[in-house]
Ligand binder design. Structure first.
Ligand SMILES: [Zn+2]
Length: 169
């Protein structure tokens, strides 16, 4: 695979962006299927040059690790700044939540794409993030997947930490 060069807009190196990244990895890891990784990448490529978003579905272990076995794209309702913002359609969220109820699996995170930007969270991402949720960000450059990174809120909820990923079939 030829590595894709990821452009780094100036704002990504600003103090505001750097200050929302915590040192060290999250204490819990995520097990993720290949299919989930594929769905996140394909959604990001299809939607390029706009941001795409969706939900992660799975279970958590008693220790607090995530097991993600499904990813589903949900409409990005942001029309004015869809190139660098997303508003996940609440109706899409509610429909999936209702469907899952009682089945043992639940919504455990939100994925979104960063067109021509690094796979690092922004202050806007921080403002809408929930504790305990997983936030994979896929960087799409020139319409191709450049990088997929997984994040969660650190204790206190004011910064993101990278989440170690274990692949599974
Ligand atoms: Zn973002």
């Amino acid at each position: 695979m030829t590595p894709v060069a990821i452009p780094v807009p100036e704002r990504f190196t600003s103090a505001a962006y750097r200050s929302i990244l915590a040192d060290g990895e999250a204490g819990n890891h995520a097990t993720v299927t290949d299919k989930v990784i594929r769905v996140i990448g394909e959604a990001g490529c299809r939607g390029y040059p706009y941001e795409t978003c969706g939900l992660l579905i799975g279970t958590t272990t008693a220790a607090g690790d995530w097991k993600i076995d499904e990813a589903r794209q949900v409409t990005n309702r942001n029309r004015s700044r869809a190139a660098d913002r997303f508003d996940l359609d609440p109706a899409g969220y509610q429909a999936i939540d209702r469907e899952l109820r009682g089945g043992g699996r639940e919504i455990l995170g939100v994925f979104h794409s960063h067109p021509d930007c690094p796979a690092k969270p922004s202050p806007t991402d921080l403002a809408s993030a929930w504790e305990g949720f997983l936030y994979p960000i896929v960087s799409i450059c020139d319409g191709k997947v450049a990088e997929l990174r997984w994040w969660t809120l650190a204790a206190g909820g004011t910064q993101f930490q990278p989440v170690p990923i274990h692949p599974c079939a």
